[in-house]
Design a protein around this ligand. Structure first.
Ligand code: ADP
Ligand code: MG
Length: 154
């Protein structure tokens, strides 16, 4: 997959309230500006990688790049589900991520149950992949130790 690993940092904003949290799978949404800085030819679908909120710990994550319903699906959205239980929401904080690998393209599901179980499988796949040495080493990348001001992609 082209562009990977992909490093990115930006503010967590309010999403479009699709109720991810109610499904038990909250997704931290990046602002439109951050999404526009992504390569325009990056594939939509489900990815895995590492994520860190502010200067907190680095956790495993699954990420979806999809079409943004707020813009009639002509713009993309980038949403990160961090595989960790947080005590509080972190809207307005800086989220740093490295996208490491691709799991699968976006699919439509016939029921909520089918959707949730597919996401659970993606999460399990992400956990397995990120334990592989070549993926695990990115957890300690210097990117996660840079000052927050450096909102660079590279
Ligand atoms: P929204 O539509 O505003 O994105 P969500 O239901 O997707 O709402 O919930 C996302 C918010 O939940 C994040 O912005 C963050 O503040 C909070 N949150 C709490 N735990 C997590 C987590 N493990 N991964 C991602 N976001 C989380
Ligand atoms: Mg969300």
């Amino acid at each position: 997959m082209r562009h990977l690993p992909y490093f990115c940092r930006g503010e967590v904003v309010k999403g479009f309230g699709r109720g991810s949290k109610e499904l038990g799978i909250p997704t931290a949404n990046f602002s439109e500006q951050v999404v526009e800085s992504f390569p325009s030819d990056i594939s939509t679908g489900i990815y895995y990688g590492w994520a860190c909120v502010g200067n907190g710990d680095v956790h495993k994550m699954v990420l979806s790049i999809g079409w943004n319903p707020s813009y009639k699906n002509i713009k993309k959205s980038v949403e990160t589900h961090i595989i960790h239980t947080f005590k509080d929401d972190f809207y307005g904080e800086i989220l740093s991520i490295v996208i490491v690998g691709y799991i699968q393209s976006e699919k439509n599901f016939s029921s909520l149950e089918a959707l949730i179980s597919a996401i659970q499988e993606d999460i399990e796949e992400a956990k397995r992949q990120l334990d592989l040495p070549e993926h695990f080493k990115l957890k300690d990348d210097n990117f996660f130790h840079l000052p927050e001001g450096k909102t660079v992609n590279r």
